[in-house]
Design a binder for this molecule. Sequence first.
Ligand SMILES: [Zn+2]
Length: 301
Amino acid sequence: MMRKIFFLSGIFFLVSLPVFALNLDKLSDDDIQMIKRMIPKLQLLIKAKEADSTIPTLTFDELYAPLDSNEQKFIKQFQKIKGKKAGIKIPWRGMSESVKLLVAIRDQRVQEKVKVTENGVTREEIKERTLPKQFLPLPVYQKYNEMMEAMEKDIGRRLLVDSGYRSSAFQLYLFVYYLQNHGYSIRETVKFVTLPGYSEHGDPKHQAIDFINKEGINGDPNVKEFEVLPENQWLLENARRFGFILSYPKNNLRGITYEPWHWRYDPKAAEKETKKRRKGKSRRSVPGMTPSQDKKHESLH
Ligand SMILES: [Zn+2]
C-alpha cells in the first residue's frame, strides 16, 4: 500500500513539473516554438490596436483572444514569475487592467531634424511628426499640465508625453516579443523590458511618464542629448514641487540603466526627497555639488 502511494505521487511530480516551470535562464525548445507560433497571431492584433491608437489600453482578454487554449496557458505563466527570482530589483506595482478616467493625449507634434539625401548630397531638414496617442490617469494629467505651464513661464519650453500609461497586458506582449532579442532568456530580457506588474507605466497610482521635447529629443539613443536639455535641468530643480520624481538616476540600486526622461508621479516620495535635500543642505552645504552627484546620493536609498 505504501509503495503504491509513493509510486502515484512520483507520477504526479513528473507530470506536473514540466507543465508549469519556465526555465528563467533559457526557455526550453518547446517553449521557444510556442512563442514563435504565438507572435504572428499577436502581431495581427497589435497592428490593429496600433492603427486606432489604443495599444496602451490593451486588456488581457484582448491579448488572449487570438491564442488557442495551450498558448493561453503558456503565456499566463509569465504573469506568475516571481520578479526577484528573475533578477528584477524594482518593487511589485500590481497588474493594471481597466483604469478609470484615462485621458487621451492627441496631436502632440515634434519638429525633428532628419537627414535627407538627394543626388548624393546629405542635408538636414526639419520635419514635423505627430506622436502616437498617449494616455494618462486624470489626476496625473492635471499635474503634468500644471508643471508644464510653470516650465513654460520659466524657460519658454514644454515637454511632451512620449510614453504614458501602458497596460500590464501590453507589457506582457512586449516582454514575450523581446525574448527573441535576448536568446530567449527571461533573466536577460528583464534587464531591458520588465515583466508585467513591475512597470511604473502600468501603475496608475505612481504613473510614469517618458518625456520628449519639442525637437523630438527623448534620450533614445543618446542619453546625453536629453540630459543637457534646459527642460531636463528645469525638471531636476522643480519637478518635485509637482509630485514628480526621477525613478532611475545614475547608478541606481534598481539595476536599471540611467533614464533621465522617466519620471513618476509619486507625491509622497517627492516630498520625502525634498525634505532630505533640505536637511542635507543645511547640515553640510557642499560647494559646487552638481545635480548628478546629488542624484547618486538619492539612489542609495
Ligand atoms: Zn519609462
